[in-house]
Design a protein around this ligand. Structure first.
Ligand SMILES: [Zn+2]
Length: 229
């Protein structure tokens, strides 16, 4: 939540369910949510036994790590390592989605109503009435111009009262939990602010360039855009 670049740390096993669902006392594994895929990685015991984390999800408010082997026990002290190439690519995709949603909203008043980010490609859904592929391509070009400004991306918290004064914070609510009083803000300085629970790069210059792949008409006010980096 506070450091998207933390990719190795020590932890203690707090619970084990069905021999393979592990809860840790502290974790940086991102659980699947807000249209963003989960983190994978490894958990290594003090004896040197390695467990692959194949899936991370959030269940009943707890982050659960599915491992590929039995053997972890409550109280085990472990070292955790994220699959960083996967996570970092997802961070780049996620921040790119914020740039796209900022451009579509600021310039065209279209909202991003959903998104799905994988290692292969990104997908956003727009509440665009009539399909306009040229407009979409132009918006992606404008997004790449924003990226070239190399704006910093900051993460901080606002109280619910402060946050609710700025309704634009909630136009893309990826991973946002509504029952919390401290609202986490992802701020692309001078361009776009969102209430958001996801992992982001520190500067737009880490994204690379956004490339249009395809646009699909899914219905009235529902256009789906695929892109890669
Ligand atoms: Zn986000």
């Amino acid at each position: 939540m506070d450091d998207s670049y933390l990719n190795k740390w020590d932890a203690e096993v707090k619970s084990v369910s069905n021999n393979k669902f592990i809860v840790l006392d502290r974790t940086a594994f991102f659980p699947k949510g807000g249209g963003v895929e989960w983190d994978t990685g490894i958990i290594t015991t003090e004896e040197g036994k390695v467990y692959n984390v194949v899936y991370t999800g959030k269940f009943s408010g707890e982050i659960s790590h599915e491992v590929d082997n039995e053997g972890l026990k409550v109280g085990d002290i472990v070292k955790c390592n994220l699959n960083w190439s996967r996570r970092y690519l997802l961070m780049r995709y996620h921040t790119a989605t914020h740039v796209l949603s900022g451009v579509f909203f600021n310039e065209y008043n279209f909202k991003v109503t959903g998104n799905q980010l994988t290692m292969d490609k990104g997908r956003i859904d727009l509440n665009m009435g009539e399909m306009d592929v040229d407009l979409i391509k132009t918006a992606i070009g404008k997004s790449n111009q924003i990226i070239l400004k190399e704006l910093p991306v900051e993460i901080y918290y606002l109280s619910r009262d402060q946050a609710e004064k700025d309704t634009s914070l909630f136009k893309l609510a990826v991973g946002f939990t509504h029952d919390i009083d401290n609202i986490r803000i992802v701020d692309i300085k001078g361009f776009d602010r969102q209430a958001d629970g996801g992992c982001h790069v520190r500067n737009l210059n880490e994204i690379g360039a956004i490339k249009f792949i395809d646009a699909v008409n899914k219905g009235k006010n529902f256009k789906r855009v695929y892109f890669s980096l």
